[in-house]
Design a protein around this ligand. Structure first.
Ligand SMILES: Cc1cc2nc3c(=O)[nH]c(=O)nc-3n(C[C@H](O)[C@H](O)[C@H](O)COP(=O)(O)O)c2cc1C
Length: 346
């Protein structure tokens, strides 16, 4: 079983993460993780905070002489700025955890909510995801992402213009990203129970990223409008290829399992909730009408959200892989994997 937890606040000392259940003997370095952390920090329309943070991970446990040991892997990511940590906030931002979180947790200082609700936490997820990606790559399973649109614009040239205009207007933008996973064997996940359906677990992982408001697989929501003849992927077989499809409307998932075709999913990201031209809100201390908090913030986060999407999908697939093929050592899992893939060709 592969599982993970993160802790840490946006302007606290550090983020920490623990990954448990990673097999032994996987080659792993801090550079493997830093590369992914750097990708998360890229993107047109990011705020000044991104220049502050050049994330570097510290592997605290679970790795010795460049290889995992099978014990829990603990990671630490120092925060570069603690500038705001002691500043109280009482003007709730619409679109954030600010109001509901303060009420639920009995807090008069919204800082106690927003520090953890901040997407800074996703850096820890990306660090964990980098390990999952490294594991998956041993099985030739690879994950790619691309941005499809930002602010309703579908070309990079147009969305950069839209981002500039939104920045000028003190506004923010959302968008859509797409993930493609190649090399998944048939049968990750299962049809037998709802919480073993890979489709459900992928959706949960993606929806667990702040600001994600929707996820679709393959043909997605369009499937509701087409006849079955245009929705399903006919099955073929040759000795060389084994079973295969000529279309991939299903996005590589049938019955809650991978079907051997590339896994394809898209996610909708809402516009950033902190606006330079602030929205109307209420001060929770005085109950008077105020403008929502304005703190250093991004215009859009679609590009980093795609990288975070890769990370959580990698973690979900790694979890399914370890569950299916078992084993405490990478070589055992590889042997089991290769035996299984060979059986599928028969
Ligand atoms: C990579 C990334 C960066 C983000 N940066 C900011 C930001 O700078 N300012 C902000 O207000 N929200 C930012 N957000 C969005 C908030 O985290 C998110 O909108 C908020 O937690 C509420 O979203 P929810 O309703 O989906 O939980 C970011 C989200 C992501 C994925």
């Amino acid at each position: 079983m592969l599982r993970y937890l993160t802790a840490g606040e946006s302007h606290g000392k550090a983020l920490v993460a623990v990954l448990e259940g990673c097999p032994a003997n996987l080659p792993l370095s801090e550079e493997d993780i830093d590369r992914e952390l750097e990708r998360r920090q890229q993107g047109y329309g990011r705020g000044a905070r991104m220049q502050l943070e050049t994330d570097k991970v510290e592997i605290i446990s679970g790795v010795r002489q460049g290889k995992t040991m099978g014990s829990p892997i603990a990671l630490r990511l120092a925060n570069r700025s603690m500038e705001f940590f002691d500043q109280a906030v009482t003007a709730a931002r619409p679109g954030h955890a600010d109001l509901a979180g303060s009420l639920k947790y009995g807090q008069r200082d919204i800082r106690n909510i927003l520090e953890r609700a901040s997407a800074r936490e996703t850096a820890a997820k990306v660090a964990l995801g980098a390990i999952a990606k490294k594991l998956l790559s041993q099985f030739k399973i690879n994950i790619f992402s691309k941005v499809l649109e930002i602010g309703g614009k579908t070309s990079e040239k147009d969305w950069k213009k839209a981002i500039d205009a939104a920045k000028e207007a003190g506004d923010t933008l959302g968008g859509i990203f797409e993930l493609t996973v190649t090399g998944c064997p048939v049968g990750l996940g299962s049809h037998v129970h709802w919480d073993r359906r890979l489709s459900a677990n992928l959706a949960r992982a993606i929806m667990g990223i702040p600001a994600i408001k929707g996820v679709e697989f393959g043909q997605g929501f369009e499937v509701a409008a087409v006849p079955g003849s245009e929705a399903h992927d006919e099955i073929f077989f040759t000795k060389d290829k084994g079973y295969f499809r000529k279309t991939n409307h299903a996005g590589g998932l049938e019955g809650g399992m991978t079907n051997g075709e590339p896994l394809i999913l898209r996610a909708a990201v809402k516009p950033i909730a902190t606006l330079k031209k602030p929205l109307k809100s209420i001060d929770i201390a005085t109950k008077k009408a105020v403008e929502a908090l304005v703190e250093r913030s991004d215009v859009t986060a679609v590009e980093p959200a795609a990288v975070i999407g890769e990370a959580v999908v990698a973690l979900t697939l790694a979890e399914a892989l370890v569950e299916k093929f078992g084993g405490d050592v990478l070589d055992d899992i590889l042997a089991s994997f290769n035996h299984y893939v060979g059986r599928l060709m028969k």
